[in-house]
Ligand binder design. Structure first.
Ligand code: NAP
Length: 492
């Protein structure tokens, strides 16, 4: 992996109906390198009229794409995976530059993006319905059909990987798509759509409209000709999108935030627990929905665990993502203000800074890996998603208290337990109000495993075969076998 700057155009248009086009408006915005605060390039600020054009293109392309043989759809999606793998260094450099993450993390995200296309490509010709036993006079079966136009609204923390997570299953199921990437990090998406074209995706099947949440995002989520919406982002935006979708009765899949507990018992291997928790909170500078931002630790091993975590936090070397430093900057000036604001909140709430808390004297939006102790679960520090490299440590006395603290948040995305006691691990897995549970590790998810939230962390599941349910609707077909049978009215 080199540190060369990737090739960047001096400005980017919109990708609609297989072409790079200008906006109906004349506005551009700048995407910024968070490690230097310097402008990278100009990006088109899409308008509501641009979204109309993209949705029209996706609508027109839908019948032919739906009717393309599934094995051919699978081959095209598989070729996207091949191209993403082939270009993963270039894509990783783009994302590292635009988002700030260390190059090796960006590379791993792109490997994951290639895997999504490969994994879903294999499912294209296996999306089977079922036959339903209803008696000898009727044959009954189900068809699984695409919705039509799938809107994909993505966040700035894993833009390339999440493009693949949504577009891959949408395409194999026979839907066409319009993607609106976050304004902070559009570059990898703009390159990925070129690779889709190169792979043979027909015109209009994948469209990209860059721009702001308002007007471009909201024009998409409130569009009457969009048939299903996949949104990944914050709870407040998810709530707005759900309300907009309600007007058109458009189904939504929402992957939202988290405030995820890592519970550590005295019988855990503390070195291993510290290793996983450190990765779980400081990878991508904590800007991960499944970050372990609350450590709930038994009071008898509190100090031993904190010592290990602090020593790891103090070892981080901060620097530009393209230099593959241990930790890059947070992704934007806005995120820098938010994260440093929470560090102030933690101190004013009476928590103790055990590590970090500062911002290095340099250009770029860098925040030190930060650990707070003496946190109680009712503090804002423990309840609100910070989305930065800030860990809260909360002590507990017994298992009942630990599980109660773990669940006492409005989120329910992921959670983990560190213990040698298998029964306790299973009790936790049963009782945790979250869509994903990790035992003696973190980030146990793969492309094949379903992922999504309980409570305010979301609706529906991404990843795995379960994600295909967001892109397919079921039609039941009932066939009368008995001639001359006028039948009886069904009981409802
Ligand atoms: P965000 O502010 O909610 O934005 C997400 C996307 O929604 C962006 O493309 C944004 O556009 C767009 N948007 C904003 N307002 C909109 C509106 N009114 N209508 C339609 N679209 C609108 O989230 P973020 O700050 O980018 O991402 C961080 C959040 O994502 C965190 O809460 C994190 O936990 C969550 N996340 C969840 C998962 C998961 O799988 N559960 C994965 C990754 C991230 P602009 O940015 O251009 O305004």
């Amino acid at each position: 992996m080199g540190t060369d700057t990737p090739d960047i155009n001096s400005s980017y248009g919109l990708y609609i109906d297989g072409e790079w086009v200008s906006s109906t408006g004349s506005e551009y915005f700048q995407t910024v390198n968070p490690a230097t605060e310097q402008q990278i390039t100009d990006i088109t600020a899409g308008t509501a009229a641009d979204v109309d054009r993209a949705v029209d293109a996706a609508r027109s392309a839908f019948p032919a794409w739906r009717d393309t043989d599934p094995d051919e759809r699978g081959r095209i999606v598989s070729r996207i995976g091949d191209l993403v793998r082939e270009h993963s260094d270039e894509l990783a450099r783009l994302e590292s530059l635009d988002q700030g993450k260390p190059l090796s993390q960006a590379k791993s995200d792109m490997e994951g993006a290639a895997r999504y296309f490969e994994y879903y490509a294999g499912a294209a010709d296996k999306l089977e319905g079922t036959s339903v036993p209803v008696g000898s006079d009727q044959i009954d079966f189900t068809l699984r059909e695409p919705y039509g136009v799938s809107a994909q609204i993505t966040p700035w923390n894993f833009p390339g990987n999440l493009f693949a997570r949504g577009v891959g299953p949408a395409l194999v199921a026979g839907n066409t798509t319009v993607v609106k990437p976050a304004e902070q990090t559009p570059l990898s998406t703009l390159r990925l759509v070129e690779l889709c074209e190169q792979a043979g995706v027909p015109d209009g099947v994948v469209n990209v409209v860059t721009g702001f949440g308002e007007p471009a995002g909201s024009a998409l989520s409130s569009h009457p000709d969009v048939d299903t919406i996949t949104f990944t982002g914050s709870v407040p935006t998810g709530q707005v999108i759900m309300k907009q979708a309600a007007d058109n009765v458009t189904p939504v899949t929402l992957e939202l935030g988290g405030k995820n507990p890592a519970v550590v018992f005295p019988d855990a291997n503390l070195d291993e627990a510290a290793h996983w928790i450190d990765k779980a909170i400081f990878t991508n500078a904590g800007q991960i929905c499944s970050a372990a931002d609350r450590v709930i630790v038994h009071e008898s091993v509190h100090d031993e665990l904190v010592d290990r975590l602090v020593s790891r936090a103090e070892d981080y070397d901060l620097g530009p993502g393209l230099d593959d430093a241990d930790m890059g900057p947070v992704a934007s000036a806005e995120q820098f203000e938010k994260v440093t604001g929470y560090i102030d909140v933690g101190q004013s709430e009476g928590a103790t800074l055990a590590a970090g808390g500062g911002t290095p004297e340099r250009d770029g939006y860098f925040v030190e890996p930060t650990i707070f102790t003496d946190v109680s679960n009712d503090m804002r520090l423990a309840q609100e998603e910070i989305f930065g490299p800030v860990l809260s440590v909360i002590p507990f006395e017994d298992e009942a208290a630990a599980f109660e603290i773990a669940n006492d948040v409005e989120y329910g995305l992921v959670g983990g337990i560190f213990t040698a006691d298998v029964r306790r691990a299973l009790r936790f897995s049963r009782d945790l109000e979250a869509g994903n549970v990790y035992v003696n590790k973190w980030f146990g998810d793969t492309n094949q495993t379903p992922f999504g939230g309980y409570k305010k962390s979301g609706i529906g599941r991404e990843k795995g075969l379960e994600a295909l349910d967001s892109y397919l609707q079921t039609k039941n077909v009932a066939i009368n076998l008995s001639e001359g049978d006028t039948g009886s009215l069904p009981g409802a």
